[in-house]
Ligand binder design. Structure first.
Ligand SMILES: Cc1cc2nc3c(=O)[nH]c(=O)nc-3n(C[C@H](O)[C@H](O)[C@H](O)COP(=O)(O)OP(=O)(O)OC[C@H]3O[C@@H](n4cnc5c(N)ncnc54)[C@H](O)[C@@H]3O)c2cc1C
Length: 390
C-alpha cells in the first residue's frame, strides 16, 4: 500500500516550520539578501523552538526526528528564504559523518555542542582543485604520534565563518585517489583559519567561506570511521542530505508559484487579469506539476531512509528534478511578472537567484545525472557508495 498521509507529529512539525518561516524568516528575507546579512537572530530562535539539529538522536540531546520530518522543515525554510534555510540546516550535513563514523565519545561531545547551545558546524569537502571530482583534493592529514596534523584549504564552505567545528576530508594516502581520503572532526579552536567570505549571486543570507589548516593538530580519535574510508562516508552523507536540499528547492518553487498566481490575478492587460490568458495559465500549470512531482520524489527519497533502505538513486532523482524545477519555476515566475519581475522591488528575482545554487551544491545537476545513469545502467549492491563525485 502507498500512503502519503503524514502522521500527526509530522503535521505539527510542518506547521511549526511554516509558522516560523512566515513570522521569523519571510519578513526579513529580502532585507537580509540586500546586504548579505548573517541571520544570527533567526539561528538562535530556530534553535530555541527545536527546528535545528532535528536528526540528532535523543541520547545526544536531539529530537531524533525522521528524515521525512526533516524534509518537511526544509521545504518550509526554502519557502521562507532558502539562504536562511541553508544556514539553519547546514549542521545536518556536518553532523551526518559524525553520526555515521564517530565514536560514542566523539558523538556525545560534538553533537552535544550543537544541542546544548545554538552553535554551528560545517562540512568541508570542496577545494579549489577538487569540486565535482573530490579525488583531486590536496588537503593532507598526517599521523604524528597520537595526533593527526592537517594542512591545506577548503573553499565554498557553508557557515564556514561561524562554525565551532568542521567535518574535514583530507588525503591520508596521496596516491590512492578517492580511496586515500579520510574524514575528521576538527574543532575551530584547534586553529582553523577563516580566510574569505564569498559575495554571492543568491542565498545571500547564507555564509560561504574559504577556510584553511596550517599544521592544525587534532587527537587521533577525531578520525571518523576507518582511515582511507572518508569518501564512502561523504557519499553516504550526501545520500542522506540530498533529499533535504531537494525539499528546499521545492520550497523555493512553491514560493515563486504562489507569487506568480497572486500577481497574475491582479495584473490587467488587454482588459483582463493576465491569469485569463492561456499562456499564463499553462505556465502556472507547469509550475504546479513541478512542485507536486518534486515533493513526491523528496518524500520517496526520505521515506526510503526512514525505512533503513539505500536511497542513492531516489536521492539523486529528487535533487536533480527539484533543483532544475526550482530554476525553471522561478524563471517562469519572473516571466509572469513581466518587466516588474526583473526589478528588485518585486519578490521573484531573488527567488530566481536563490534557485541557481540548488543545481550546484551537494552535487551539480550533471553529477546527479551521472549517478542516475550509473544506477540505472549498472545497479549496485546495497552497501557500495554510488558515485565518485560530490
Ligand atoms: C554557495 C555554495 C555553498 C557550498 N557549500 C559547500 C559546503 O558546505 N561544503 C562543501 O564541501 N562544498 C560546498 N560547496 C561546493 C559545491 O558542492 C561545489 O561547488 C560543487 O560540488 C561543484 O564543484 P565546482 O564548483 O568545483 O564545479 P566543477 O566540478 O568544476 O564543475 C564545473 C562544471 O562542470 C560540470 N562537470 C564536472 N564534472 C563533470 C562530469 N564528470 N560530467 C559532466 N559534467 C561535469 C559540473 O556539473 C559543472 O557544470 C558549496 C558551493 C557553493 C557555491
Amino acid at each position: 500500500m502507498v500512503d502519503f498521509t503524514l502522521t500527526d507529529e509530522q503535521k505539527d512539525t510542518r506547521e511549526l516550520a511554516h509558522d516560523f518561516a512566515t513570522k521569523e524568516i519571510r519578513p526579513v528575507a529580502w532585507e537580509l539578501d540586500k546586504e548579505s546579512t548573517w541571520p544570527q537572530e533567526i539561528v538562535n530562535k530556530a534553535w530555541e523552538v527545536g527546528l535545528m539539529n532535528t536528526h540528532v538522536p535523543e541520547e545526544y540531546g536531539g529530537a531524533g526526528l525522521d528524515y521525512l520530518s526533516g524534509c518537511l522543515i526544509e521545504e518550509e525554510f526554502g519557502w521562507g528564504c532558502s539562504g536562511v534555510g541553508t544556514s539553519l540546516s547546514a549542521n545536518g550535513l556536518a553532523m551526518t559523518p559524525v553520526l555515521l563514523g564517530g565514536s560514542e565519545e566523539i558523538k556525545k561531545h560534538y553533537l552535544g555542542m550543537l544541542t546544548e547551545e545554538p552553535k554551528l558546524a560545517s562540512f568541508a569537502l570542496t577545494e579549489p582543485e577538487a569540486g565535482s571530482d573530490v579525488s583531486g583534493m590536496r588537503t593532507t592529514a598526517t599521523k604524528i604520534g597520537d595526533k593527526w596534523v592537517l594542512n591545506g584549504s577548503k573553499c565554498f564552505i557553508t557557515n564556514g565563518s561561524h562554525a565551532d567545528w568542521y567535518t574535514v576530508y583530507a588525503k591520508t594516502d596521496k596516491d590512492a585517489g578517492h580511496k586515500g581520503i579520510s574524514a575528521f572532526v576538527v574543532p575551530r579552536e584547534a586553529g582553523v583559519t577563516v580566510d574569505k567570505k564569498e559575495d554571492k549571486l543568491g542565498q545571500r543570507a547564507s555564509n560561504t567561506a574559504t577556510i584553511s589548516f596550517n599544521d592544525v593538530e587534532i587527537p587521533a580519535d577525531h578520525l571518523l570511521g576507518e582511515e582511507n574510508h572518508g569518501f564512502k562516508l561523504a557519499m553516504q552523507t550526501l545520500d542522506r542530505t540530498r533529499p533535504g536540499v531537494a525539499a528546499a528547492a521545492v520550497g523555493i518553487a512553491r514560493a515563486a508559484m504562489e507569487f506568480a498566481v497572486d500577481y497574475s490575478k491582479e495584473r490587467v492587460q488587454f482588459g483582463v487579469p493576465i491569469a485569463m490568458h492561456q499562456a499564463i495559465q499553462f505556465m502556472i500549470a507547469d509550475m504546479a506539476t513541478k512542485v507536486e512531482a518534486g515533493r513526491l520524489l523528496v518524500w520517496q527519497a526520505a521515506s526510503l531512509l526512514d525505512q533503513g533502505k539505500r536511497n542513492t538513486l531516489a536521492s539523486s532523482h529528487a535533487k536533480r528534478f527539484a533543483a532544475d524545477s526550482a530554476m525553471e519555476v522561478t524563471t517562469d515566475a519572473v516571466q509572469v511578472y513581466g518587466g516588474y519581475g526583473f526589478i528588485k522591488d518585486y519578490p521573484v528575482e531573488k527567488l530566481m537567484r536563490d534557485a541557481k545554487i540548488m543545481q550546484l551544491y551537494e552535487g551539480t545537476s550533471q553529477i546527479q545525472r551521472l549517478v542516475i545513469a550509473r544506477e540505472t545502467l549498472m545497479p549496485r549492491k546495497a552497501q557500495e557508495p554510488a558515485a565518485a563525485t560530490a
